[in-house]
Design a protein around this ligand. Structure first.
Ligand SMILES: *Cc1c(COP(=O)(O)O)cnc(C)c1O
Length: 397
């Protein structure tokens, strides 16, 4: 047997040979539209901070006040002695924001999916997921032991076929059937047909979990997410989201019935066996939820759509429906995408190349994200940078 170091070196070499090696880049500035990497000032088109809240004074102040009042750490898991007042306040704010009976917060979106799906399902059950759902949902599905079936991206016919198969199975105890999708997809920025999926799950006696990681704060009258915009929120049993994207903090949550939340407190292992989030991030998330619900939140949403409109007009990318702050620029080849990203950095523009395993092999892309904090000037730089880097814009969606 090789030593651990030998084994890992071989595997790293294979990763490099495929053009898939990744390394961390230390960012020397706060998170925002202007960042500094390795001494270079860059305009940042890579973050999920769609409303520009990550470095917003209201969130920073809330975090500082929480540290002063509750300290730096949370001491233990929530079920021991770590269930601090801010955690309860956050969950009340989340339930009120989303219009559900109750909510439960987790330390990350990843932990949310993992804890929730493994609590709900076991090996007798069936989980049906969209082909493009986030890795945390795929990992959770596998860990749950349930039979995993994948439907083609946003393909209702394929989903229906799988539901018919699931319903045809005979067993002493009928399997639980859970459908999981995102609302706005993280790497493509397109939307799931939630109304139609809700109709299907009702026709076929399945439950539905929707991950609104990239939609919370951006869609619907009260900016609750795409489910609100499409009028189906109260037909979705399990509403998941994250606190680290448009909400500018970090963490994840489930909103739903009090029964669901009680059950998760008792059975979600990533919740039970993990130290509670620290007061600072929890307080920042509360401040973000308050801000998103205020007039300022509506102004920020308008601003982000205005900037998306500017980018699309200047790059001749057609408007998508619904509009989305995620604009993928398809490249295909991994090395080519890396080259383009490097050339963009030379022009002072940071747009990450997204490669396998984040997207499929040969589907590498530049993933451009727009924030309300971008200025028209930032967008001019982006457009100039893309042109100077020789970026083609063929498959604009
Ligand atoms: C980012 C993301 C997650 C994970 O959330 P974290 O808080 O970053 O762990 C889950 N689902 C989707 C769709 C995401 O984009």
């Amino acid at each position: 047997m090789p030593t651990l170091a030998q084994d890992l070196q071989q595997r790293l070499t294979a990763i490099r040979e495929q053009g898939l090696h990744r390394a961390l880049r230390p960012v020397a500035s706060p998170q925002g539209t202007h960042i500094e990497i390795a001494g270079q000032a860059l305009i940042n088109f890579s973050s999920n901070d769609y409303l520009g809240l990550a470095n917003h004074p209201a969130l920073k102040e809330a975090a500082i006040r929480a540290v002063e009042k509750y300290g730096a750490g949370s001491g233990s898991a929530r079920l021991i002695s770590g269930s601090l007042a801010p955690h309860h306040e956050l969950e009340e704010a989340l339930a009120a924001f989303k219009g559900t009976e109750a909510a439960l917060s987790f330390s990350s979106g990843y932990a949310t999916a993992l804890g929730t799906i493994t609590a709900l399902l076991d090996k007798n059950d069936i989980i049906i997921v969209d082909k493009l759902v986030h890795a945390c949902i795929v990992d959770a599905a596998r860990l749950s032991g349930a039979k995993l079936r994948v439907f083609a991206h946003n393909d209702l016919e394929d989903l229906k076929k799988i539901l018919l198969w699931a319903n045809s199975r005979t067993a002493a105890t009928p399997p639980r059937i859970l459908i999981v999708t995102e609302s706005i997809f993280s790497m493509d920025g397109d939307a799931a047909p939630l109304k139609e999926i809700v109709a299907l799950k009702q026709d076929h006696g399945a439950w539905l979990m929707v991950d609104e990681a990239h939609a919370t704060g951006l869609y619907g009258t009260n900016r609750r997410g795409l489910a609100e915009e499409l009028g189906v929120a109260n037909q979705i049993e399990i509403q998941m989201g994250t606190l680290g994207k448009a909400l500018g903090a970090s963490g994840g949550y489930i909103c739903g019935s009090q029964t669901l939340i009680d059950f998760l407190v008792n059975r979600a292992r990533s919740f039970i066996f993990s130290t509670a989030p620290v007061p600072a991030t929890t307080a920042a998330a509360i401040a973000a939820i308050n801000l998103v619900q205020s007039n300022a939140g509506e102004e920020l949403r308008k601003l982000v759509w205005q900037r998306v409109g500017e980018v699309k007009a200047r790059l001749s990318i057609p408007e998508s429906k619904p509009v989305s702050a995620i604009i993928p620029i398809g490249v295909g080849d991994e090395a080519k995408a890396m080259n383009l990203a490097a050339r963009l950095r030379e022009h002072g523009v940071f747009v990450p190349a997204v490669r396998y395993p984040t997207v499929a092999r040969g589907a590498a892309r530049l993933r451009l994200t727009i924030s309300a904090a971008h200025t028209s000037d930032d967008i001019s730089h982006l457009v100039k940078g893309l042109k100077a880097a020789g970026c083609e814009l063929p498959n604009a969606n």
